[in-house]
Write a protein that binds this ligand. Structure first.
Ligand SMILES: O=C(O)c1cc(=O)[nH]c(=O)n1[C@@H]1O[C@H](COP(=O)(O)O)[C@@H](O)[C@H]1O
Length: 236
């Protein structure tokens, strides 16, 4: 298991709040994620500031557009030197291949991950969007497509991890948000799994936001999760 299996999303409205949270975290014990809220407010500068503090950054901008536009966005993102970035798998084959090619053009390419079906959606909500089949079937199909296009892995719920693993193999990276302890509020997440269960099901990285960042003592929550996963509180 990767010692930095937990990725903490810094979903804050400004750089100061995000950096204040980062200051409480140890870059040797977790990674951080910069998503739309923070990136729109604070831009590439906050990514650079997190790098300076020793964090590896997952840039979660979930690009979804025509291939040429996504390729350009991916190239710009990859140049920031991030550890991981993502695009929506449902953008289709040409878009995924263009993203792959664009990312490969930088010296040290980030892991490129395809978002399958958002963890806030269930069978009924995807049917209303027009997807046929269950969440599981769609996740599995999008994971196969993502793999065929040469990406490094997918974002899915850990609920689907065993099927994705069976479809895409062991070297495929499974990033799983929607992680909740039994006592946590689900909020807008629908397909939730506990940290220990997610690992058991085959997740490689656990994206755990509000249960940590909105806790009175975020460090204690992260330590508790690491303990539950059998990870030491020391840097590797
Ligand atoms: O790509 C993601 O990171 C993502 C995909 C997905 O399907 N569901 C999902 O929740 N996320 C992100 O994971 C994080 C989950 O945060 P919490 O719900 O606070 O734990 C948020 O930053 C979401 O943007």
């Amino acid at each position: 298991m990767d010692n930095k299996i937990v990725v903490v999303p810094l979903d804050f409205p400004d750089a100061a709040s995000a950096l204040a949270m980062a200051a409480r975290l140890d870059p040797r014990l977790c990674r951080v994620k910069v998503g739309k809220e923070l990136f729109v407010a604070a831009g590439p500068a906050v990514v650079e500031q997190l790098h300076q503090r020793g964090f590896e950054v997952f840039l979660d901008l979930k690009f979804h557009d025509i291939p040429n536009t996504v390729a350009g966005a991916c190239k710009s993102a990859a140049r920031l030197g991030v550890w991981m970035m993502n695009v929506h798998a449902s953008g289709g084959e040409a878009m995924l291949r263009a993203a792959r090619e664009a990312v490969a053009s930088v010296t040290k390419p980030p892991l490129l991950i395809g978002v399958t079906i958002l963890t806030s959606l269930d069978d009924e909500s995807i049917a209303r969007v027009g997807f046929s089949g269950s969440v599981r079937e769609n996740v599995e199909r999008l994971a196969r497509l993502t793999k065929e296009c040469g990406l490094d892995g997918v974002v899915c719920s850990a609920q689907e991890a065993p099927w994705v693993r069976a479809a895409a193999g062991t070297s495929f990276t499974l990033v799983t948000p929607g992680i909740r302890l039994a006592t946590d509020a689900k909020g807008d997440q629908v397909r939730t799994v506990t940290p220990a269960e997610a690992v058991k099901l085959g997740a490689d990285y656990l994206v755990i936001g509000r249960p940590i960042t909105r806790a009175t003592d975020p460090v204690a929550v992260l330590e508790g999760i690491r303990r539950e996963l059998g990870l030491s509180q020391e840097a590797a």
